[in-house]
Design a protein around this ligand. Structure first.
Ligand SMILES: NC(=O)c1ccc[n+]([C@@H]2O[C@H](COP(=O)([O-])OP(=O)(O)OC[C@H]3O[C@@H](n4cnc5c(N)ncnc54)[C@H](OP(=O)(O)O)[C@@H]3O)[C@@H](O)[C@H]2O)c1
Length: 354
């Protein structure tokens, strides 16, 4: 890609939040590979820096990767970190997926603090906010089974009973709002399920093991995987490429496996375990019964399974990456067969179980 295709020059300052997480170090690597030399990575005092430092140590001559310590919950720390910054890659996210307060604080309040701080400095050229497929309702889609950027998102995310979905939907709202009201140039990136070494669990889109036996819920559904390096690359392009302001980009790889195929490969390559296939009509009915009982018992049963959850995670769906390819010139560099091979190898080495 030519230099002219980018909104900033190689010495403009780039801030990366969540740089110590799963995707963050890959993103830092990808930004450095493109010749950008002025990177600031936000980390908490307690963050594990080893992976980030390993990436930073491989940087080319003249490139700087600084680490600024703080907490995005602090407006002052956000003000310090955003000074003179041209592009923000905002990857930080609350870790407590089950806790609404944690998810809200570390995804929504942190995002608002960053946006407020950027407003004060008036030098931001683009705010890249990382959202998720979790925000889509996966109902009333204009093109039947196909999920793309034109599909409706949850208007009442609190009814999903899923703190992560709630926080991500609110984060999208706040970013869009700041874009409209204050003219902050933003891009929203929504990856599917990001997999690779460092993230070895089995996505609940395939099934869940919480009831003592692994319930296989995906069946013939396609799983919206994106390999971590491919996903990082798409986020980088969304932050740097001209003409993407105000856009949403979904990110999934090509040649996606079905849930059944993935499970077969996992058992063959990592370890064998017993799984019971639950047909879609049965999983839908169970979600519906769970929702009814949870409502009737006024929360005696946490409302984690309901029809909204079923639609979002287990309804048969096809996924599109046409927009991210056409508008950002992205293509997954790591093919799915290779990505899965690396992921299974990592599962074996780290001894992960379903
Ligand atoms: N992984 C996926 O499958 C997936 C799918 C779709 C979308 N996404 C989105 O992609 C982004 C990156 O995901 P990830 O899997 O790389 O996340 P992750 O591994 O959970 O890392 C989260 C990062 O956020 C930081 N963080 C959390 N609260 C913070 C705070 N208050 N102040 C400063 N830093 C804070 C963490 O710092 P510490 O190191 O100190 O904990 C960590 O670096 C997230 O926005 C996520 O929602 C991920």
């Amino acid at each position: 890609m030519e230099r002219d295709d980018y909104i900033i020059g190689p010495d403009d300052r780039i801030l990366i939040t969540g740089a110590t997480g799963f995707i963050g170090p890959r993103l830092v690597e990808s930004v450095l590979d493109r010749g950008f030399r002025n990177l600031l990575c936000f980390a908490r005092p307690s963050s594990e820096l080893a992976r980030l430092e390993a990436v930073a140590s491989r940087r080319g001559v003249g490139a700087r990767v600084e680490v600024v310590k703080g907490n995005l919950l602090s407006p002052e720390d956000c003000a310090t970190a955003t000074k003179d910054v041209a592009v923000i890659f905002h990857l930080a996210v609350g870790g407590g997926a089950k806790s609404f307060p944690d998810a809200f604080m570390n995804s929504v309040v942190t995002t608002r603090n960053l946006l407020e701080a950027s407003l004060r400095h008036q030098c931001l050229r683009r705010f890249v906010s990382i959202s998720s497929f979790a925000v889509y309702t996966n109902t009333q889609k204009p093109r039947r089974r196909l999920l793309d950027e034109s599909c409706p998102v949850e208007k009442r995310p609190e009814l999903r009973g899923d703190a992560y979905c709630f926080a991500k939907a609110k984060q999208d709202e706040i970013v869009t709002e700041y874009g409209k009201r204050f003219g902050i140039p933003y891009v929203i990136v929504r990856p599917g399920y990001v997999y690779g070494p460092g993230h070895e669990g089995i996505t609940n889109r395939v099934g869940i093991g919480t009831f003592g036996v692994f319930l296989h819920l995906g069946g013939s559904n396609t799983i919206p995987f994106t390999y971590v390096d491919n996903c990082a690359e798409a986020i980088v392009l969304a932050g740097l490429k001209k003409g993407a302001e105000g856009e949403v980009f979904n990110v999934v790889d090509d040649d996606l496996p079905s849930s059944r195929r993935f499970l077969r490969l996992y058992k063959r390559n990592v370890r064998h375990f017993t799984s019971i296939y639950v047909p879609h009509v049965v999983s839908y009915t169970l979600c519906w019964l769970w929702e009814k009982y949870s409502n009737w018992s006024e929360g005696q049963l946490p409302p984690v399974f309901n029809r909204r959850t079923w639609h979002a995670y287990w309804r048969k769906t096809r996924y599109s990456n046409e927009k991210v390819k056409a508008r950002l010139g992205w293509a997954p560099k790591v093919p799915t067969t290779e990505g899965l091979k690396r992921y299974f190898q990592s599962c074996l080495e780290r001894g992960q179980h379903a």
